[in-house]
Design a protein around this ligand. Structure first.
Ligand code: ARG
Length: 470
């Protein structure tokens, strides 16, 4: 295939160079944005009197046909045409002739690819926001059923204080909520229109960049043409968002792996969301959780790769920037898949409330509450801590839990202990007493769920605004 830039060359490109240079294998996923961007560009060129109305009409209908062809699988991508931009433009000119060859007036692939990427990220941000909202809803709906399901809370992976299963899920809701606002920041960074920056220094033609921005629903236009073609901050922002989101899901994965083990037995994965072993017939493995945890590392790698690619690049466009795509595309696919599958896995798993409660009750995680009991009777906390420490050591020595020690023996450690300490030691009372804002008591969890639902409707409103602007 002859090159669109072949004029100053007297030899064909070496095959290896074609193969190495080409991005069509992965950037073909930008075809919708490329075509929509070109349609807006052509319409603007005609409106500004740079090409004729007739040429613009031919270009636009030619591009619409190409869109159909691609969607119906009737378009063959050609590696020697390097990327999506030249594949589409070459096909257009092949079909409509001279008008097609006028499309690239006042434009470079540098601002064209930047436009495509901005539009593409906006579309994906909206899709991911939708998945994120659905996942948040799932967290709230399961939490709603478990505001009184006792479970040990851990620090250092040692049982610490009892909480509820709802409290766990609401903690993950808090993470997802912050992820949503990080995603919203990605939208803002992508919502700036680069076209018209040309290769780097704008154009001599009297184009109207604001017209293109309006047509394509961009909030802003880049104020500097060199910045416009070289900015990839919004891609790094996306990869940071994706890294943090995956880190959150990876933490939850770790919980799920632990909770589904025979040692914990807190949950059982639905058969449809677990896998077996080819050798050990009894196995039921949490592969999804493990894979999400495993893929997190790959996403961190993409963020690192992007930052390293950008570091030290001189202005303006450099071919290094083509490396912005594969990691981003992989991160987008991974995040979407992970959110979707996680939602279903969470909704379908069985919660062993008995096992959870047993772990919370047959335990020393009520020790803080015994210290608080003494504090309420006037003992300074540090002293109370010391006394209860001794009670714990005493109980361990006898192979008992705190609630099994006779009151007589407690009296030997402090005469402030009375019969009512047994109430203070009950795990459900330990949780119910933690009614401070953000605490695990059932009423507090219910408030958090209500606030979460209000939060989700705000996010949904923002998402609806984005969807209107796609
Ligand atoms: N495929 C290229 C990329 O993704 C498009 C821009 C090419 N520009 C250039 N001057 N070679 O970055």
């Amino acid at each position: 295939m002859t090159k669109l830039w072949g004029g100053r060359f007297s030899k064909n490109t070496n095959e290896m160079v074609d193969a190495f240079n080409a991005s069509i294998e992965f950037d073909k996923r930008l075809y919708r944005e490329d075509i929509r961007g070109s349609i807006s560009h052509a319409a603007m060129l005609a409106k500004c009197g740079i090409i004729s109305e007739k040429d613009a009409e031919e270009i636009i209908s030619g591009l619409e046909k190409i869109l159909d062809d691609i969607e119906n699988g009737n378009f063959t991508f050609d590696e020697s045409l390097e990327d999506i931009h030249m594949n589409i433009e070459a096909r257009l000119t092949e079909r409509i002739g001279a008008a097609g060859a006028r499309l690239h007036t006042a434009r470079s692939r540098n601002d064209q690819v930047a436009l495509d990427m901005h539009m593409y990220i906006k579309r994906e941000v909206a899709e991911i926001a939708d998945l994120l909202i659905h996942f948040e809803e799932a967290l709230l709906s399961v939490a709603g059923k478990h505001t009184r399901t006792l479970v040990p809370g851990y620090t250092h992976l040692q049982r610490a204080q009892p909480v509820t299963y709802a409290h766990y899920l609401l903690a993950y809701f808090g993470m997802m909520k912050r992820d949503f606002y990080r995603l919203s920041g990605v939208w803002d960074g992508a919502d700036i229109m680069p076209l018209g920056a040309g290769a780097l220094a704008g154009t001599t033609f009297p184009i109207d960049r604001f017209e293109v921005a309006k047509k394509l629903n961009f909030a802003k236009v880049y104020g500097n043409s060199m910045d416009a073609v070289s900015d990839r901050d919004y891609i790094a922002d996306f990869l940071y968002f994706a890294s943090v989101l995956m880190m959150h899901l990876s933490k939850l994965s770790e919980e799920i792996c632990l909770w589904s083990s025979s040692e914990f037995c807190f949950i059982e994965l639905d058969d449809a969301f677990a896998t077996g072993s080819s050798m050990m017939p009894q196995k039921k493995n949490p592969d999804i959780a493990e894979l999400v945890r495993g893929k997190t590392g790959r996403i961190y790698g993409h963020l690192q790769a992007m930052l390293v690619t950008l570091k030290g690049l001189p202005l303006a466009y450099n071919k290094d920037l083509q490396e912005d795509k594969e990691g981003l595309f992989d991160a987008i696919d991974t995040v979407k898949f992970s959110l979707a599958v996680y939602r279903e896995m969470l909704l379908s798993m069985t919660v062993n409330t008995e096992k959870m409660a047993q772990a919370a009750v047959k335990d020393f995680s009520n020790a803080t509450d015994l210290a608080d009991y003494l504090v309420r009777k006037g003992v300074p906390f540090r002293e109370a801590h010391e006394i209860v420490g001794k009670c714990v050591a005493h109980a361990i020595g006898q192979g008992k839990f705190l609630s099994e020690i006779p009151i007589k023996e407690y009296k030997g450690m402090s005469d402030l202990f009375e019969e009512d300490l047994l109430e203070a030691l009950k795990s459900e009372n330990c949780v119910a007493a933690r009614r401070t804002y953000g605490g695990p008591a059932a009423e507090e969890n219910e408030k958090q769920i209500a606030e979460g639902a209000a939060e989700i409707s705000q996010q949904a409103e923002l998402l609806a605004c984005w969807q209107e602007k796609l």
